[in-house]
Design a protein around this ligand. Structure first.
Ligand code: MLT
Ligand code: ZN
Length: 467
């Protein structure tokens, strides 16, 4: 498949670094490791290399500098912005073999993870220690910690626990110049100048590789309970959020539209939460610590019913019910993947979300009258996922082009609301052109200078985030 070849000499040098069997050139590997979950570009890497240590990663980066070979990091490849796409003959560096968990410390509540540790592996490990790793999302069974850090992954518990950034206590990185940096050493307090760890978190592999990380863990929550509420109009969701948030410490506050619910009911074999149909649904989660907490949740639910903000609702009474209710929200992304959706992942401050959504909705209704639109997202964080579904009969290229035309109006709204063109999926290839809608010229110029310092030859994930 790949028409881009690395010279025999370079391949031999790579094999000398990582071992004969850790360099792959076969068509299946190139196809698999050259892409993420986006379907916009075709994978076309030159080779895939699988290092097993920091030193091997460093040697690869040094070799790439010598020969000016573009490098693309590869984690679980679950990204939705093309950040891990290798479409131009790049050398893909996979962290699949750097998946060790070590150095657990119960007092510090930290653990060291290789970049290739799967998110769920860390969650399970934490649970085995009686602790909790709270960053969670539908792709946690395949996404890797290195990728989560490089994209500052968010997910479904951000309202209480924050983003991946909040859980990184230390990092080992190899910069684009081939230098190994150990950043922050797991410290809680460290005011000793610039915190370069933060540049690599969310840096999408454009400054260097995240090779391992010391992650924070926390107390495990007790008896998580989920409420799904049917809401007649979007503004009411804010009333519900405010009502519950002022009395309960929520661990999640998500929303989805009736169309999103229909898709998961029809295609993922799930049951509706209740018979009443509503325009939108809110999913709330809280720690149900006592009968008093449950009674309070019921009281708040009734208050929302009286206000007319909620039409119907259900509360989980078991772990199984809690998990089934979560699936109504978590299965949406995978379910709609079959329609090759055009995905937007935008945000604004929480209080402005209703006005923001109404304006975006007008643009969408006007410009996509013939397309199905599916809304869902992390409304408690001000993060909306707007998915436009491709009609079966329309070619992918034409569909993406038509969606692309509407972006100007959509992102002008984002700009006016001082929001973000990418709340949690990252910029990658797909949102790069829209960066000026949420960052000033001056800020983008500084980003370029920072890239130049860490990656002087421009070999690190070129074309992602910035041109
Ligand atoms: C989600 O919230 O389900 C994920 O961000 C994935 C998606 O937006 O499709
Ligand atoms: Zn999301």
């Amino acid at each position: 498949m790949s028409d881009v070849v690395l010279s025999d000499a370079v391949i031999s040098q790579l094999k000398a670094i990582v071992g004969e069997d850790k360099v792959r050139l076969d068509a299946e590997s190139l196809e698999t490791f050259g892409k993420d979950w986006t379907k916009v570009h075709e994978p076309n890497p030159a080779a895939i290399v699988f290092p097993r240590s920091v030193e091997e990663v460093q040697a690869i980066v040094k070799l790439a500098n010598e020969h000016e070979i573009a490098l693309v990091p590869s984690g679980g490849r679950t990204g939705l912005s093309g950040g891990a796409m290798a479409a131009n003959g790049e050398l893909v560096v996979s962290f699949d073999y750097m998946n060790q968990i070590s150095e657990f410390n119960a007092i510090d509540r930290t653990v060291k993870c290789g970049a290739g540790v799967i998110t769920e592996q860390l969650q399970t490990y934490a649970e085995e220690q009686g602790l909790f790793y709270p960053v969670d999302f539908a792709s946690s069974g395949s996404s890797q910690i290195g990728g989560n850090i490089s994209t500052n992954a968010g997910g479904i518990k951000v309202i209480k626990y924050g983003m991946t950034r909040d859980w990184v206590a230390g990092l080992t990185v190899v910069t684009g110049a081939g230098e190994i940096l150990e950043l922050n050493h797991g410290l809680k307090k460290n005011n000793s100048g610039y915190d370069m760890r933060q540049l690599f978190i969310g840096g999408e592999g454009t400054l260097g590789f995240v090779v391992d990380a010391t992650m924070n863990l926390t107390r495990a929550p007790h008896n998580l309970t989920v409420l799904v509420l049917g809401v007649p109009e979007f503004e009411a969701i804010m009333g519900v959020l405010n009502t519950f948030q002022s009395e309960l410490d929520l661990t999640a506050f998500e929303f989805f539209s009736e169309r999103a619910l229909q898709k998961v009911v029809d295609h993922a074999g799930l049951q509706r939460p209740f018979e009443t149909e509503a325009e939108y649904y809110a999913l709330l989660e809280f720690e149900n610590e006592s009968e008093a907490t449950e009674a309070l949740a019921m009281e708040l639910f009734e208050k929302c019913m009286e206000e007319g903000w909620v039409l119907d609702g259900t509360m989980s009474q078991s772990i199984e019910q809690q998990q089934n209710l979560w699936r109504l929200r978590e299965d949406i992304s995978e379910t709609i993947a079959q329609w090759t959706p055009y995905k937007n992942d935008v945000s604004t401050v929480i209080s402005k979300v209703p006005g923001f959504l109404n304006e975006v909705e007008s643009v969408v209704v006007e410009n996509y009258p013939d397309f199905e639109v599916v809304w869902y997202g992390h409304i408690g964080d001000g993060n909306l996922h707007l998915n436009i579904l491709k009609p079966d009969a329309m070619a992918k290229e034409e569909f993406f082009e038509r969606c692309g035309h509407v972006n100007k109006w959509l992102f002008e709204i984002v700009e006016r609301y001082k929001g973000s063109v990418s709340a949690e999926h990252g910029v990658g290839l797909l949102k790069k052109a829209y960066l000026p809608y949420c960052k000033s010229e001056g800020e983008i110029a500084l980003m370029r200078q920072i890239k130049q310092i860490f990656d002087p030859k421009g070999i690190m994930n070129p074309g992602k985030v910035l041109d």
